[in-house]
Design a protein around this ligand. Structure first.
Ligand code: RNT
Ligand code: ZN
Length: 415
């Protein structure tokens, strides 16, 4: 018997079908962020990151051009099995002759068509999109949609509108809706004198942006945050603000698991929102002491997030995206590690006897529930994962060898 066949039998003793789990896993799309490859810099003029987020490290090989970023994505994605989408920020516009002439309030679909061609070429499932409200001179005093300066606020509203228009085309291009996530860094370092008015301005700006969009192809979402670097005391787009806004406007909430107080868990928020929303979007990341956006590892909270998605039959409702940026290690390896861990966590969740566990809970059989959950932790998940990799013709545990070769041949030559 192979290692996988033994695993299949062991899981079967718990009533779990590994074949069904593998089939299901292959169907769950992961939206992979383009910004791990270039430290969130983009191509539209910025040369540093702002907005209370930070990439640390200076590992050689950062992608500096569209060609380089495509090359790196191609390599990384070839080492990630399953269905993949690409998550783009507006700052990754391919402006060509429009460079210096067209600003973010004037971007159109044509500036992203080269990305569509690329995504199709490498067989992706679609593209998700994000307006970029940072890394730009029109951020006034660190504010965008909540700015008291009407010209500034309007500029960013127009940017938001353009992004929804672009997203509709992106959705159509793949025949799948495009998630448009709105995150703004707006906030204050120190105790504000007025917490309400900036939120009222943000509300007005969002209303203006969302006045008109293509409901068939676009899923708008709002992403809250508790604090940013230099924005420790107040963020305009807080959790309560956005959750209420999303509920009233019938749009989507995006939960980034680096954006809450350390003892608040996104795994617990997912089912809370599923009780009210048809869709919930995620930014899966790993915060170490703060929203540090470390590479996603196979950790307890990641498994818990995956369990909530799977056991609530919400693989179509929870839109899984990744959001981290580490510049201290090989960036291609960072992509691969995080994406594979997300998938591994989903597989872990798919290999739980979820109905049986629920029945134990309902029957108040908490001793057995604890016992079974503990036993499940040491079943041979790795054997099933290796089987998945081999069936999807993806490199196994030695994938890093390929990245090292790529580093020697390509990345190390960039300077
Ligand atoms: C920032 C948010 C936001 C960004 C990306 C680049 O804290 O998480 O989602 O990381 O949009
Ligand atoms: Zn995020």
């Amino acid at each position: 018997m192979t290692y996988y066949e033994i695993a299949n039998k062991l899981y079967a003793t718990y009533g779990v079908d590994t074949e069904a789990a593998l089939d299901k896993l292959a169907e769950i799309p992961i939206s992979i962020h383009c910004w791990q490859g270039d430290d969130v810099i983009g191509f539209d003029g910025s040369d540093s990151l702002s907005g209370g987020i930070q990439t640390t490290g200076n590992y050689p090989g950062r992608a500096r051009t569209f060609e380089e970023l495509k090359e790196d994505i191609r390599k990384a994605f070839s080492l990630i099995p399953g269905k993949k989408r690409l998550n783009l920020h507006a700052s990754y516009a391919i402006l060509g002759a429009d460079k210096g002439k067209v600003d973010r309030d004037g971007y159109t679909y044509k500036h992203f068509e080269p990305w569509v061609a690329f995504a199709k070429e490498i067989g992706l499932d679609g593209i998700d999109f994000n307006p970029t409200f940072f890394g730009h001179p029109k951020m006034k005093d660190g504010l965008s949609l909540s700015s008291p300066d009407e010209e500034t606020r309007k500029f960013w509203v127009e940017h938001g509108k353009r992004c929804l228009e672009i997203a509709a085309e992106l959705g159509k291009a793949f025949g799948k809706p495009c998630l448009v996530n709105i995150w703004i860094p707006d906030g204050f370092k120190d105790v504000p004198a007025d917490r309400l008015t900036p939120r009222l301005r943000l509300k007005r700006s969002l209303d203006e942006i969302l006045e008109n969009y293509d409901k068939q192809w676009v899923i708008p979402a709002v992403e809250s945050k508790v604090f940013g670097i230099g924005l420790e005391s107040y963020t305009v787009g807080s959790n309560e603000f956005y959750q209420n806004y999303a509920a009233k406007k019938d749009i989507c909430c995006l939960l980034d698991n680096g954006h809450y107080h350390p003892l608040e868990y996104v795994s617990d928020k997912i089912p809370a929102l599923l009780a009210f929303y048809d869709k919930v979007a995620l930014h899966v990341t790993r915060g170490v002491r703060w929203d540090s956006d470390h590479v996603v590892l196979f950790e307890d909270e990641l498994k818990e997030i995956a369990k909530e998605i799977v056991r609530n039959n919400a693989t179509d409702k929870v839109l899984i995206g990744l959001d981290y940026f580490d510049a201290s290690i090989n960036r291609v390896a960072a992509w691969v590690t995080g994406a594979r861990n997300m998938q591994k966590a989903l597989l872990f969740a798919l290999l739980q006897p979820n109905d049986k566990l629920k029945a134990l809970q309902d029957g108040a059989e908490f001793t057995e529930l604890m016992n079974v959950q503990e036993e499940l932790k040491t079943l041979p998940l790795g054997a099933v994962w290796e089987e998945y990799l081999s069936r999807t013709k993806t490199a196994g545990a030695d994938w890093l060898t390929e990245v090292k070769k790529y580093e020697a041949e390509i990345l190390s030559k960039r300077n």
